[in-house]
Design a protein around this ligand. Structure first.
Ligand SMILES: [Zn+2]
Length: 288
């Protein structure tokens, strides 16, 4: 019997897993009917297998739980990042829309001044470094303008220049008592100095992409937009009501502008020296 027990013991694991041939299976079962010892061993094997199965199941469940936890954390981090990115994009879009609305509004307001025929304005330009100053007054009526430009050097010395444009192509200038004529200057002058109140800065030179920021500000009961450009870090103070630029600050100078509309008379244009215009003076000298 002992010999048979040894053989059965060797077969019990395979028997429990159900992988024995029919002949071996019959042989084991016949032996088990008469041997309590081998039966006990089989019961032990079955118990141990059950425990192993449970342990494997628990291990499997643990792994799944761990994976789910990892997934949740990843999901949370991704969500937070997405929310931050969407927030930043929305803020940027809102800022960009605001810029477009403000610049469009100012461009619309500028149109009201495009066809002005009677206005005067003064530019007071202070040099930040040497504190020298120039005060340029412009009087525009119909197709003519007169400008008086005073210069103050750092030591307070004053010099004057006057210029007259006849609305054709010629530009007459008197500077420090000397008079000269400069041809074909009108277009240049019109594009440069004579555009009312430097409003073209918004129409031409500044587009929405150039703007670094727009701040709203009020001074002396008036409301302004302060527009800072990226390129040269220039600040433009623009009246909200009128769209008119009243101050420009850049690295080198402070330009302050004041203006009046409809106040220019014929005398303002032709009042140069003894009621003789620079144009009259020039032609009277040429004819001599
Ligand atoms: Zn046995």
């Amino acid at each position: 019997m002992n010999n048979e027990c040894d053989i059965v013991k060797d077969l019990l694991f395979s028997y429990d897993e159900g992988i024995l041939s029919n002949t071996s299976k019959e042989f084991v079962e016949n032996h088990l009917k008469n041997c309590d010892n081998c039966k006990k061993i089989l019961d032990e094997i079955k118990k141990q297998n059950n425990i192993n199965d449970s342990l494997n199941e628990i291990d499997f469940l643990k792994k799944i739980k761990h994976k789910i936890n990892k997934k949740n954390i990843l999901l949370a981090i991704t969500s937070i990042f997405l929310i931050i990115i969407i927030g930043v994009v929305l803020i940027y879009l809102a800022c960009y829309m605001r810029r477009i609305l403000i610049t469009n509004d100012l461009k619309d307001k500028k149109k009201e001044y495009d066809n002005l025929t009677n206005y005067s304005y003064t530019l007071e330009i202070t040099d930040k470094y040497d504190n020298s100053k120039s005060v340029d007054s412009y009087f525009v009526k119909d197709n003519e303008f007169y400008t008086e430009q005073k210069r103050y050097s750092s030591d307070g010395k004053e010099s004057n220049e006057y210029a007259y444009c006849d609305g054709a192509t010629d530009f007459f200038v008197e500077a420090n008592g000397q008079r000269f004529i400069s041809f074909n200057r009108k277009d240049e002058a019109i594009i440069g100095d004579l555009v009312p109140f430097n409003l073209t800065y918004l129409g031409k030179s500044i587009n929405t992409y150039d703007i670094e920021k727009i701040v709203e500000n009020s001074e002396n009961g008036k409301e302004y937009y302060v527009i800072t450009t990226k390129a040269n870090n220039t600040e433009y103070y623009i009246e909200k009501d009128t769209g008119i630029t009243v101050k420009i600050i850049d690295d080198y100078s402070i330009i302050e502008m004041s203006y009046e509309i409809g106040n220019v008379t014929d005398e303002d244009i032709v009042k140069i020296n003894n009621n003789m215009t620079l144009k009259e003076w020039f032609w009277s000298n040429v004819n001599k």
